[in-house]
Design a protein around this ligand. Structure first.
Ligand SMILES: [Fe+2]
Length: 198
């Protein structure tokens, strides 16, 4: 079909860079389409890009949560009520028993950890989905030199006792406050946290 002024181009027949790919699937630079520069939604927010999310170059980016435990913010999403961050534990530690009211996604980057309530061990490369209602206690054994895991938390962490009664909570607004306080203390200033907020 040849597109005309009354029809949108058919993606099935439109010329594709893959038409120019060699046997290994590579496309020469001159065959790539021009970068998109057309209209965009006027109310869209800026993207958030972090080149190197877990280097040790600047320890000021890691917000201390407890002795031997830190959180590095990646995206603090106050408009959708979630936060994406890296959890780091050095020399073993524990994240207190808690319940989730909304889904969590996790991906282990380095080291290993487990939940007291499960019989599996999460290690580098492991992915985890925690459904709403899940209650668990995260443990990093002392023989784990350094653990780093990316977590996408929605809603809140609801800390609870052994009967499931709520003992405390934390949400994305608490995370923003904690980051802002830390960044002020280490000299990065109160506005430093804004780059992570959407
Ligand atoms: Fe959790």
């Amino acid at each position: 079909m040849t597109p005309d002024s009354t029809h949108s181009p058919d993606p099935q027949t439109e010329d594709s860079p893959l038409d120019h790919a060699d046997a290994q699937g590579r496309v020469a630079v001159q065959d790539l389409p021009a970068p998109y520069s057309g209209p965009a939604p006027r109310d869209a927010l800026a993207e958030l890009f972090i080149q190197d999310g877990y280097s040790n170059d600047d320890p000021r980016l890691w917000v201390p949560l407890a002795p031997g435990r830190w959180s590095r913010p990646l995206c603090l999403n106050v408009s959708n009520g979630y936060w994406v961050h890296l959890t780091k534990v050095v020399g073993g530690g524990m994240l207190s028993r808690h319940r989730h009211p909304a889904p969590v996604h996790g991906f282990v980057i380095k080291g290993k950890w487990r939940y007291l309530e499960r019989d599996w061990i999460a290690e580098a490369g492991s992915y985890l989905y925690e459904p709403p209602g899940d209650i668990h206690t995260l443990v990093v054994e002392p023989d784990c030199e350094e653990m780093i895991t990316l977590f996408h938390n929605s809603g809140a962490l609801i800390y609870c006792d052994e009967d499931g009664n709520t003992t405390g909570t934390t949400d994305v607004f608490d995370r923003v406050d904690a980051c802002r306080k830390h960044f002020i203390e280490v000299g990065l200033g109160e506005d430093f946290v804004k780059q992570f907020i959407r």
